[in-house]
Structure formats: C-alpha cells, structure tokens
Design a protein around this ligand. Structure first.
Ligand code: CU
Length: 151
C-alpha cells in the first residue's frame, strides 16, 4: 500500500513539473517581442491605432483648461516598413494633420476612422502635428512623433 502511495506522489510531482515547464515555455515563447500589430504574411507591414483624445481640467477659480492629444503619441518603426496609422476621432470635431517630412496628411473627424499608409524610407523623427491644435494657446500641443529607426 505504501509503495503505491509513493509512486502516486512521485507521479504527481512529475505532472506538476511538466505543467510548470509547459507554462514557462509558453510564457517565454509569447514574450519574445512578437509585435501585436505585425502582419504574419508581411512582417514589414506595421499597423498602429491612434486615438484623438482630450485632457480637461478646471483651475481653482473655475477656469477650464484643455489639451487635445494623440494617444499613443510615439510610433516606432524601422526603415523600409510599410506603416498604416489608423486614427479614431473621440474628442474634438476635426483634427487636420500632417506628418512633417513624410509627406503624409489627413483629417480625423469625431466618430470616424481615418487611415493613412506610407513607407518609412529614411531614419529620423517626424512630428505628427494637428493643424487645429498645434500650440498651448490653441488647446494643444497636439503633437506626436513617428520614429523611424535604422534596420
Ligand atoms: Cu487637433
């Protein structure tokens, strides 16, 4: 009887060890920098979602202050990537924008999705600027950055 008990206990430890190794292997495998936006058929095709949002607050004397923002505001790609940015308009009626240096422009409207696609040909940092909210005085700065890295 005792022998059977020992065998079962050993068996349980082996099963636990195998399960643990399985979980660790799976966890390790899923954390190897697999980008959520990559296209399996075309790894150089990168897609990002950006929300046009707003921060709003009130000063002590009741004055309201606000700033429109791109979220996320930093997009990192590599030279040669075909990049698609999908903008979703949440706050503010309209955000006409340019990405300086990349010859990209468009307009994000409330409740709509705007998509632009370009090839990141030259390394550098390119500002994504909303032309309606470029400065503090105009409820900005609504500025983000597209970082194009070397390979
Ligand atoms: Cu704007």
């Amino acid at each position: 009887m005792t022998r059977i008990y020992v065998w079962k206990r050993t068996y349980i430890w082996w099963v636990a060890l195998i399960l643990l190794l399985g979980v660790l292997t799976w966890t390790w495998g899923t954390n190897q920098g697999v980008p959520v936006f990559s296209n399996d058929k075309d790894p150089d095709q990168k897609e990002f979602w950006i929300v046009a949002g707003e921060f709003k607050s009130e000063l002590e004397k009741g004055k309201e202050i606000e700033a429109y923002r791109w979220d996320p505001a930093n997009i990192i790609v590599h030279k040669g990537d075909r990049v698609t940015l999908k903008f979703r308009g949440i706050n503010g009626a309209s955000h006409p924008f340019v990405i300086k240096g990349l010859n990209v422009n468009g307009e994000v409207k409330k409740g709509e999705v705007t998509s632009v696609t370009f090839v990141a040909e030259k390394p550098g940092t390119y500002p994504l600027i909303c032309l309606a909210h470029p400065t503090v005085e105009q409820n900005g700065p609504m500025i983000g950055y597209v970082h194009v890295l070397e390979d």
